[in-house]
Design a binder for this molecule. Structure first.
Ligand code: BDR
Ligand code: CA
Length: 319
């Protein structure tokens, strides 16, 4: 069983990442931290609490993290995730389910406490899964460099080629390029990046929706409304026939690494250019001769992913 900390900005696909991390049998979810990204941090924190409550995971602690990127103004994404950051088709949002409040204090302190305690207890690295901007992760590494040997990082973010919110940049990295640079250059032994090229293959097709809707329960109906909103905005903004579920793929990478093909390479983050800040410069052929710092996912077995994702959703539905 792998210990996991999830840092996220829910976000429709982040909500599914939370459910997979909370229910996959080979993962032990230690806690959730939030970061400004898809919406302002107060909203994504409510969405994290709402997701945990709605899916029967309310014993998992949530801590609110950074409200803005290290150096740049926030970039939000209401055109995909709506005003609340997690809207449903036919009205309502995940905030309607939020019960409880985040634990008090700074996220980096709480993350360090939990991660280091678990590392000492189990003697194996904790996997920090990041599905939003890397602001909290960068601060954790800067404030507590002693955490570096205690963690592995798997992040949803970046692209080898074409971006989504920019021609050559993916949203999470584009939001806070300086934080991404800190994370990629921190010397974390195992850092894996699950880029758009992979997440764009995991589409919530009608066949997937049908497999998920095994019962007409309130929770499954809620999952359906969540995915229908996401499908609608992805159609409007990107002309995608079916929406890609980016974030749970990073969690799935921890749960089932054998379902992915990967390449190890140097990845540098563009921070200087006004034209392409946030680009993940993936040096596939080692032309820079810089040391390798990342494992980049190249493909995923999409059927295996859906088997795990749907199993997690159905488990949440039983509780
Ligand atoms: C990423 O951007 C966000 O909108 C999603 O939640 C995902 O983490 C995809 O580029
Ligand atoms: Ca996200």
């Amino acid at each position: 069983v792998r210990d996991v900390w999830l840092d996220c900005d829910p976000g429709h696909d982040d909500a599914l990442a939370i459910i997979l991390a909370g229910y996959d049998e080979v993962l032990n979810l230690l806690g959730v931290s939030t970061v400004a990204g898809n919406q302002v941090v107060e909203k994504v924190t409510l969405n994290a609490l709402g997701t945990l409550t709605a899916s029967g995971l309310s014993s998992v602690d949530v801590v609110q993290g950074q409200g803005r990127p290290l150096l740049r103004p926030p970039l939000l994404c209401p055109e995909i995730h709506g005003e609340s950051g997690l809207e449903f088709a036919e009205g309502g949002s995940m905030q309607d389910y939020a019960i409880g409040s985040p634990v008090p204090g700074k996220a980096v302190n709480f993350m360090f406490e939990r991660i280091s305690a678990q590392y000492k207890k189990r003697g194996q690295p904790v996997c920090l899964v990041c599905t939003g901007a890397l602001t909290n992760a960068a601060l954790l590494l800067l404030v507590y460099p002693e955490v570096i040997p205690m963690i592995e990082i798997v992040l949803m973010g970046g692209c080898i080629g074409t971006g989504n919110t920019h021609a050559v940049a993916e949203f999470n990295i584009q939001t806070d390029p300086e934080a991404a640079k800190v994370v990629f250059e921190a010397g974390v032994q195992n850092l894996a990046m699950v880029p758009l090229e992979v997440t764009h293959t995991a589409l919530a097709t009608p066949a997937v929706m049908q497999r998920m809707m095994q019962r007409q329960t309130p929770f499954l109906q809620l999952m359906h409304k969540l995915l229908m909103f996401f499908a609608q905005t992805y159609k409007e903004v990107f002309s995608f026939e079916h929406p890609p579920l980016h974030d749970p793929l990073a969690v799935f990478f921890v749960a089932c690494p054998s379902a992915f093909t990967v390449r190890k390479m140097r990845v540098d983050i563009e921070t200087c250019s006004a034209l392409s800040a946030g680009q993940t410069v993936c040096d596939m052929w080692s032309q820079s001769q810089q040391p390798i710092n990342a494992t980049v996912a190249m493909t995923v077995d999409v059927d295996k992913f859906w088997d795990s994702m749907i199993a997690a959703i159905l488990k949440a539905d039983m509780l």
